[in-house]
Write a protein of this length. Structure first.
Length: 196
């Protein structure tokens, strides 16, 4: 079994090549060590002790459970479970809906995230700071403070329910430009249900 860091580094080594097309990446989901790395990355995050709709928490993870998850990915019988719907308070007094996936689904999502980050991270603009490893609004502000002198005001905006309304077929079309692996793309487009 190949070391997950080596796999991700190999993907990353082609990330900055704009015309490089990645093939046969779905098989990365068959690597137990990749799921162990995913487990290490998510195990201590707040909320992982909150059970999903299957009642399981992160502390119930075993190698046997990972192997069963991998088998379902191999034969493409894996389907995400419905996410548990909860509402968390916002600063303005309203509540924001939040879907809590099962732990198995979180692991699959984390492996997919690691693969996608390795493929795209070297391709992104250096000025992009949102939702990227080791970057945040704080790194953006530091960069602005140190290098930008063109304006006196910034206006923050928010698109209401942006992620609920974004055209997923457009996103998949963008992925297809760099990823030639229909099994991987089918996994990404699988619908997930919300349980209320």
């Amino acid at each position: 079994m190949r070391n997950p860091e080596m796999i991700l580094n190999t993907l990353s080594s082609h990330s900055a090549e704009a015309d490089y097309v990645f093939e046969r990446i779905y098989r990365i989901f068959f690597n137990e060590e990749m799921f162990m790395l995913a487990y290490e990355r998510i195990k201590s995050k707040p909320g992982n002790m909150t059970p999903g709709t299957d009642g399981q928490t992160i502390d119930g993870m075993t190698i046997g459970r990972i192997q069963k998850l991998i088998e379902s990915l191999k034969d493409e019988s894996y389907l995400p479970k419905p996410a548990k719907r909860v509402y968390i308070p916002k600063k303005n007094g309203k509540k924001r809906p939040l879907g809590i996936p099962t732990v198995d689904d979180k692991l699959v999502q984390e492996v997919a995230k690691m693969i996608l980050e390795a493929i795209y991270e070297g391709h992104f603009e250096d000025t992009s700071h949102g939702f990227r490893p080791f970057r945040s609004c704080h790194t953006a502000l530091t960069r602005i403070k140190n290098t930008f002198t063109g304006v006196k005001w910034f206006v923050e905006g928010d698109i209401k329910s942006f992620f609920d309304n974004i055209d997923h077929s457009t996103l998949i079309g963008i992925l297809r430009l760099r990823i030639s692996d229909e099994r991987f793309l089918r996994l990404i487009v699988q619908p997930s249900a919300i349980a209320y």
